[in-house]
Design a binder for this molecule. Sequence first.
Ligand SMILES: Cc1cc2nc3c(=O)[nH]c(=O)nc-3n(C[C@H](O)[C@H](O)[C@H](O)COP(=O)(O)OP(=O)(O)OC[C@H]3O[C@@H](n4cnc5c(N)ncnc54)[C@H](O)[C@@H]3O)c2cc1C
Length: 381
Amino acid sequence: MNPYTKAQDEKFREKIRRFAEQVVQPRARELDREERFSPELTRQMADQGLFGVALPATYGGQGLDYMALVIAVEEIARIDGSQAATVTAVNSLGLGPIYNHGTEAQKQKYLLPVTREGKTWAFGLTERDAGSDSGSTQTTAELKNGQWHINGSKMFISNSTSELSAGITVQAVTGKRGERPEFSTILVESNRSGYTRRPIQDKMVWRAADTGELHFDDVTVPEKNLLGQRGKGHRIMLETLDSGRLTVGAMGLGLAQGAYELALNYARKRVQFGRPLSKFQSISFKLADMATRIEAARDILYKATWLKVNGQPFSKEAAMAKLYTSEAAKEVADQAVQIHGGYGLIQEYDIERFYRDQRILQIGEGTSEVLRLVISRKIGL
Ligand SMILES: Cc1cc2nc3c(=O)[nH]c(=O)nc-3n(C[C@H](O)[C@H](O)[C@H](O)COP(=O)(O)OP(=O)(O)OC[C@H]3O[C@@H](n4cnc5c(N)ncnc54)[C@H](O)[C@@H]3O)c2cc1C
C-alpha cells in the first residue's frame, strides 16, 4: 500500500480501474480516430461519481478528497488521455473555483447540474494573446445597470462547446487599479446571447475531448454572476491552477503507467531471434528504467497531493510534480514506442495514441518552462 493513500482511495481506484478497462478502453481508439467527443461516455463517467469526486455529498459529490481525485484521473489516463482530460477539467477547472469561491446560491445553481446530470463547466483563462502570460487578458466585463457586459474571446478551452457544456468561468478585465488592470471572474451560462463557441478540430492530442474557441459579443449576465470578490479574479484563476497541476500530474503518471504496461506486454509476446524481446538486456533495462521513473513520479505526485489534503502549502510541490510527471510521461511513452518498433507507429496499436497524448502535458496548465520559473521563484531565485 502506498504510504500517502488511504484504504478508501484504493477502493475507489479499483472501481475506476474496472470502469476504465471495461467501458473506456473499448471505445478509446475509435473516438480518437474519429476525433469525436462522446456525450454518452461522458455521462457514464459522471454516473461513476467522477464529476465531483472531492466535493461533499450536499453538492452531489462523492465526499472523498483530492487524493481520490488524483487516483481516479490516474486510472482513466492509464487507458485514455482524452477521457482523463474531460474528468480533470470538470473537477479542478470547472467545479473547483465555484466550490471554493462561490456563494451558497451559486454552488446550488452551478455545481449540481455537473455532479448530478453530467453537465460540464469550463475555465476560461487562455486567449490568443494571453497564454503563459495570463495577466494580459483582453476580454472585458463592464458593469452597467446591474449587468456585466462581456466582450472578447478565449482560446483552447476544455469542455466548452459540447451539448453538455453548461457554462464557463471567465477571467475578464473589470476596471483598473492604478496603472494595472483589475481582473474578476464571472460565471457565464452557455445559453447567453452573443456567446458563440467553435470546437477546435484536427488536434494532435486529446482528440476525443472537447476543446473550443469562444467569442463574447456583448454577452450580458447579472451582477450576481461575479464569482468571488471583484478584483480577485486572477488570484482565483492561479489558485485553481495550483490544484489543477496535481490532476494534470495524475494524467502524466497514468499515461506513463499505461504506456509502460503496453510495452511490457508487447516485449513479453514479441519474438525476434527466437526469444521474446523482454529477454534482451537492452529491452529489459529500458523497462527497468521506465518502472523506476514511474515509481518516482508516483511518489512526488502523491506527496504533493498529501500536502494539499492535509492543509499544508503545496504550490511548489504541485509545480514540481506536474513538471516531473509530464516529463516522465514523455520519456516513458517514447521508450514504449521504441519497444514496439514499427508497430508503435501505426494506429492499430494503442501506444501511438499515448505517444501523441503525452505531448500536451508539458504545455497545458503551465508549460514546463513556466513551471521551472515558478519553482525557481519558490526556491528563492
Ligand atoms: C488541448 C488544450 C486544452 C486546454 N484547455 C484549457 C482550458 O480549459 N482553459 C484555459 O484557460 N486554457 C486551456 N489551454 C491553454 C493552455 O493552458 C495554454 O496553451 C498554455 O498555458 C500555454 O499557452 P500558449 O499556448 O499561449 O503558449 P505561450 O504562452 O505562447 O508559450 C509558447 C512557448 O513560450 C514559452 N514561454 C512563454 N513565456 C515564457 C517565459 N516567461 N519564460 C520562458 N518561456 C516562456 C512557453 O513555455 C512555450 O514553450 C488548453 C490548451 C490545449 C492545447
